[in-house]
Design a protein around this ligand. Structure first.
Ligand code: AP5
Ligand code: MG
Length: 223
């Protein structure tokens, strides 16, 4: 692992379909941090029909953000678990200024802070193309693409053998709402982290390997 003696608290941010889940898999293989995706946590809650899932599902299917009070509590609980003590990778959180401020406060209580925020950038046309060709595994969360990251057997997850599906919010209508939510509510948090001198930008239009090489550089230089 690249970060054996260093605490690494990472945020991966970027518009929907930028490749956050794809790059998270590679980061976890190279750096000893747990992957915390609020989207994956909500989807698991929806498939288990928990009270959280019932609350979140209408927002998610419509492409809207789940309210801050629900999301912040969920992340706070997760970050208190033992595997986060030496670092973590947040994918899809924070997504609003109040979430970013709440995260800063949670960490400050334990004398901790965010070391690196990786901002993945891409244009809407490419993102729309990626979203319509994405297939995901509802069982283990692995993400594929029928053009750029094909599973070994058509329609079947390489990792767990489950049948692949398209996410409910991966339709043109919900995707427009997600892009809009990103531009209006999430993108402004980049400035919040630029002020803390922890923001690094990566061109997400490159190949999966090239994007990861840039991310790795940012994480190795993180202080
Ligand atoms: P979430 O699950 O976080 O979805 P998202 O941000 O819309 O992002 P995606 O998961 O769709 O895309 P990704 O960036 O992970 O891309 P991927 O790697 O799959 O959130 C879903 C919903 O949950 C939200 O809309 C909201 O309702 C709710 N939610 C979650 N967090 C919340 C929060 N904090 N507050 C409030 N609400 C919250 O890649 C996409 C495709 O492209 C794949 O097919 C992949 O194979 C392909 N690909 C990836 N990289 C490349 C590349 N470099 N070249 C070519 N193809 C590529
Ligand atoms: Mg994702």
């Amino acid at each position: 692992m690249e970060n054996e003696n260093k605490e690494l608290n990472i945020i991966l941010m970027g518009p929907p379909a930028a490749g956050k889940g794809t790059q998270s898999e590679l980061i976890v293989k190279n750096f000893a941090v747990p992957h915390i995706s609020t989207g994956d946590m909500f989807r698991a809650a929806i498939s288990n029909k928990t009270p959280l899932g019932l609350k979140a599902q209408e927002y998610i299917n419509a492409g809207l953000l789940v309210p801050d009070e629900v999301t912040i509590g969920l992340v706070e609980e997760r970050l208190c678990q033992d595997d986060c003590k030496k670092g973590f990778l947040l994918d899809g959180f924070p997504r609003t200024i109040p979430q970013a401020e709440a995260l800063d406060n949670m960490l400050a209580k334990f004398n901790r802070r965010i070391n690196a925020v990786v901002l993945m950038t891409a244009d809407d046309e490419v993102l729309t193309e990626r979203i319509t060709s994405r297939r995901v595994c509802p069982e283990c969360g692995a993400s594929y693409n029928i053009n750029t990251k094909k599973p070994k057997v058509d329609g079947i997850c390489d990792v767990c053998g489950h049948e692949l599906i398209q996410r409910k919010d991966d339709n043109a209508e919900a995707f427009k709402v997600r892009l809009d939510a990103y531009a209006k509510q999430t993108f402004p948090i980049a400035e919040h982290y630029a002020k803390q001198n922890v923001l690094g930008k990566v061109d997400a239009l490159q190949s999966i390997e090239e994007v990861f090489a840039d991310i790795k550089k940012i994480l190795l230089e993180a202080k």
